[in-house]
Design a protein around this ligand. Structure first.
Ligand code: NAD
Length: 482
C-alpha cells in the first residue's frame, strides 16, 4: 500500500521507476495548503520509455481474447472496492471535493470496470452482401495501438476510468498523464492494476506538467490515439498536434451549462436541482450549471429559493463530516474565480449571496456565489469560470431562453424545467448541447449513455457508452473469395 511520504516514481513497463536525479513536484491539499506527497516529473526519455513499453505490450495484448481482457477488469472492480476508502481519502486530500463525492467517484470506476468488461463482448462487426459470386465480406473492429490518456483534476479517477478501461478492453495499450494536482490518486489507481497482475506495459503512468510531459506524450510518433479531457484551450492545441501525424484525437472539453426555467415549471424542484448542479464539486465540473436562464415572471421566486438553499451550504475541509462543498482545487483557480466575480459586478451584476473568499486561515475557499442582473453579453455569462459562481439571466419567452442558451461557444449540458410537453420536446430539439436534461440538473450522466458535448465542448466523439469504441478501434474490411 502506498505511504503518503513515499516517492513512488513513474509506472513504466510494469514497475515503479525513478532516475537518480529525478525531479519531484508537490501535491498540495487545497483545504489545508499542506503537502500531501511528492510525484515524479517525467523526463523526455521517460516519456519515450513509457510509450515504447506500451508499443511493445500492444503486440501481445491486442491478441488476448476478450474474456481474458474482461477478467482483468472484473478483478480491478473488486480491488477498487477494497481500496475505495483509501483512494477516496487521497482524492479529497489532493483536490478538495467532499469525501462522499470521492467515494461516489470510485463507485463510478467500479461500475465502469464492470460495464466495460461486459460491453467488450459486444464489439460487434458487420457482414455485407457481396457484389461478386463466391465472396464473403466482413467488417471487424481492431484496436489501434498506444492510446495517450490525458486527464484533468476535477474527476481524478472516473474520467481516467472511462478512457483507460475502454482502451484496454478493446485491445489497446495505454500511457496515462493525469493532472499534477491529483497525481497521487493516479498512482493508487495504477497500483491496483499492478496488483491484479495486468501484463507489463499494458498500462503506464507518467506524471509531470501538461506543457512538457503531456505535450511530449501527445506528439510522440508511436501514440496512435489521444484521448483528452480538459480545457478547450489545451484541446485545440492537442488537435493541432494530432493533425501533424494524423493521430486520432477525442476531446472532452469545457462547458457553459445552463438551467432554463420556464414560468410553468415546478420551482421547488428546479431550485433544488440548480443548487446541486451549480455547487457540487465546488462548481468544478465540466457539466456544472453556471447560468440560470429564467422567465421574468418567476425570476424573483426562483432566485429567493436558490439563494436560501445556497446559504445553507457549509463549506470546509471535505474530509470532515457535515461539509457540503470543499475548496477550489488550486490557488490559481481561486484567483480566477475572484477576478470573474469582480468583472461581473463591473458589468452590472448584483451579488445575491457569497462573492468573496471564505474567512478561513488556510485553504482556497470561495463562498458559493449567486449573481443576478447578468446580461447575456457579460463575460461571466460567456466564459467558463469553473468555480462556485452562478449567474441569473432573465428572458421573456421560451424562444429567447433557447437563443441565450445557444449563444455561447460551448454545448455540453443544458437542463430545461417545464411542465409543458410541448416546450419540453421543442427544448430537447432546439437546445444545442450534447446532453439535455428535462426536469433534472445538468450533471446527471449515467453509464451506458453517450457522454460529450457539441460545438467547442468537444470534437464529436463520445465517451462512457459503446460509442467510446469509435475512437479506440479501427474498421478492417475483409473480402474472402471461396
Ligand atoms: P487543463 O486543460 O488545464 O489540463 C487537463 C490535462 O491536460 C492535465 O493533465 C494537464 O496537465 C494536461 N495539459 C495541459 N497542457 C497540456 C499540453 N499543452 N499538452 C498536453 N497536455 C496538457 O484542464 P484542467 O484545468 O485540469 O481541468 C479543467 C478543464 O477540464 C475545464 O475546462 C473543464 O470543463 C474540463 N473538463 C471537461 C470534461 C468533459 O468531459 N467535457 C470533464 C472534466 C473537465
Amino acid at each position: 500500500m502506498i505511504q503518503q511520504a513515499e516517492k513512488k516514481g513513474l509506472y513504466i513497463n510494469g514497475s515503479w521507476v525513478q532516475q537518480e536525479e529525478q525531479e519531484f513536484f508537490k501535491s498540495i491539499n487545497p483545504a489545508t495548503e499542506e503537502v500531501v506527497g511528492y510525484c515524479a516529473a517525467a523526463t523526455t526519455s521517460q516519456v519515450d520509455d513509457a510509450v515504447e513499453s506500451a508499443r511493445l505490450a500492444f503486440k501481445k495484448w491486442k491478441n488476448t481474447t476478450l474474456p481474458e481482457r474482461a477478467q482483468f477488469l472484473w478483478k480491478a472492480a473488486k480491488a477498487f472496492e477494497e481500496k475505495k476508502e483509501f483512494l477516496a481519502q487521497m482524492m479529497t486530500k489532493e483536490m478538495g471535493k467532499v469525501v462522499a463525492e470521492s467515494l461516489g467517484e470510485v463507485g463510478v470506476v467500479i461500475e465502469t470496470c464492470k460495464y466495460m468488461a461486459g460491453e467488450g463482448r459486444r464489439l460487434f462487426g458487420e457482414t455485407v452482401g457481396a457484389g461478386a459470386e463466391n465472396r464473403h465480406i466482413m467488417m471487424v473492429r481492431e484496436p489501434v495501438g498506444v492510446v495517450a490518456c490525458i486527464t484533468p483534476w476535477n474527476f481524478p479517477v472516473s474520467l481516467a476510468g472511462y478512457k483507460i478501461l475502454a482502451a484496454l478492453i478493446s485491445g489497446n495499450t495505454v500511457v496515462w498523464k493525469p493532472a499534477s494536482e491529483v497525481a497521487l490518486s493516479a498512482q493508487i489507481f495504477t497500483d491496483i492494476f499492478h496488483e491484479i497482475g495486468l501484463p507489463k506495459g499494458v498500462l503506464n503512468l507518467i506524471t509531470g506538467s501538461g506543457s512538457k510531459v503531456g505535450a511530449k506524450l501527445a506528439e510522440h510518433n508511436d501514440v496512435k490515439v489521444i484521448s483528452f479531457t480538459g480545457s478547450t484551450e489545451v484541446g485545440i492545441k492537442l488537435s493541432e498536434t494530432a493533425a501533424k501525424t494524423l493521430k486520432r484525437v477525442a476531446l472532452e472539453l469545457g462547458g457553459k451549462n445552463a438551467v432554463i426555467v420556464l414560468k410553468d415549471a415546478d420551482l421547488k424542484l428546479a431550485a433544488e436541482a440548480i443548487v446541486k448542479a451549480a455547487f457540487t464539486t465546488t462548481g468544478q465540473r465540466c457539466t456544472a450549471a453556471s447560468r440560470v436562464i429564467v422567465e421574468s415572471e418567476v425570476k424573483d421566486e426562483l432566485l429567493n429559493r436558490v439563494v436560501s438553499l445556497t446559504q445553507q451550504l457549509k463549506a470546509g475541509n471535505g474530509l470532515e463530516s457535515g461539509i457540503d462543498i470543499g475548496p477550489l482545487t488550486n490557488k490559481q483557480q481561486l484567483e480566477t474565480v475572484e477576478k470573474y466575480v469582480a468583472l461581473a459586478v463591473e458589468q452590472g451584476a448584483v451579488i445575491e449571496c457569497g462573492g468573496k473568499r471564505l474567512a478561513s486561515e488556510r485553504g482556497y475557499f470561495f463562498e458559493p456565489t449567486i449573481l443576478s442582473n447578468v446580461k447575456n453579453e457579460a463575460v461571466v455569462a460567456q466564459e467558463e469560470i469553473f468555480g462556485p459562481v452562478l449567474a441569473f439571466i432573465e428572458v421573456n419567452s421560451f424562444e429567447e431562453a433557447i437563443d441565450v442558451n445557444n449563444d455561447t461557444i460551448y454545448g455540453l449540458s443544458t437542463s430545461l424545467f417545464t411542465n409543458s410537453l410541448y416546450y419540453a420536446n421543442r427544448g430537447a430539439k432546439e437546445i444545442e448541447s450534447g446532453l439535455v436534461y428535462i426536469n433534472n440538473g445538468t450533471s446527471n450522466a449515467e453509464l451506458g449513455v453517450a457522454f460529450g458535448g457539441t460545438k467547442q465542448s468537444g470534437n464529436g466523439h463520445r465517451e462512457v457508452s459503446h460509442h467510446a469504441f469509435e475512437v479506440m478501434t479501427e474498421w478492417k474490411s475483409i473480402y474472402t473469395t471461396y
